[in-house]
Write a protein of this length. Structure first.
Length: 84
């Protein structure tokens, strides 16, 4: 524990920073859920048609979108943590 705190000291966040981080989490959770709902509806429609290649492509798109949004979220959170 002591070594960890030396290499990466704990950052003290202000209440405003905590509020901003919570807002970002909420905003991005909503964005991810929105994309999941849309793409899962598309996957269901493609599966009903028997187009399993489209289903696989939509699954890849969903994973990529989720990863991109998570990355954007982490970048913005890091800026807030650094006070930028």
């Amino acid at each position: 524990m002591e070594r960890l705190s030396k290499s990466a000291p704990a950052v003290k966040l202000t209440e405003e920073q905590k509020k901003q981080l919570a807002e970002l989490d909420s905003k991005y959770a909503a964005k991810i859920a929105e994309r999941e709902i849309f793409l899962k509806d598309e996957m269901t429609a493609a599966a009903a048609k028997g187009d399993y290649e489209a289903v696989a492509q939509l699954e890849k798109q969903l994973a990529s979108t989720r990863k991109t949004l998570q990355s954007d979220l982490e970048e913005k959170k890091e800026k807030i943590r650094k006070g930028a």
